[in-house]
Design a binder for this molecule. Structure first.
Ligand SMILES: [Zn+2]
Length: 122
């Protein structure tokens, strides 16, 4: 809409994956619920705004990725893990169990001077 009203050059083709995207199912559910009760969307928003985090919950601490330097809650950020998986021919590396990812990244880390490193490069 922004590009249309600003008369910017753009192309508008629907993504080939859009018809089966999960958000389409969520949108249809919301529209069906809205037919039953028009206030359902406002009720969902109000519920979301009233959510609070349990004081005893273990929250991740923000740190920097050891490879790219961007903000991450892990030693190596998800983008670097996914890239490593693609470069090594292991596309499931970033979406598998986190313990396997951690072990793989430690074994293939260029710098093994961290205390948590388990590889034999020390
Ligand atoms: Zn990174």
């Amino acid at each position: 809409m922004y590009a249309y009203f600003r008369k910017l050059v753009y192309f508008s083709t629907e993504c080939v994956f859009a018809p089966n995207a999960y958000r389409g199912h969520a949108r249809m559910l919301l529209k069906d619920l809205e037919k039953v009760d028009p206030a359902v969307i406002m009720n969902i928003i109000q519920s979301g705004e009233s959510l609070t985090i349990n004081a005893t919950a273990n929250m991740p601490t923000l740190s920097r990725c050891t490879r790219c330097g961007y903000v991450s809650s892990q030693e190596v950020c998800k983008a670097c893990v996914l890239l490593e998986g693609l470069n090594k021919g292991l596309p499931r590396l970033g979406i598998g169990k986190s313990s396997k990812v951690k072990r793989f990244m430690q074994e293939n880390s260029p710098c093994c001077k961290t205390q948590s490193c388990l590889c034999n490069k020390k």
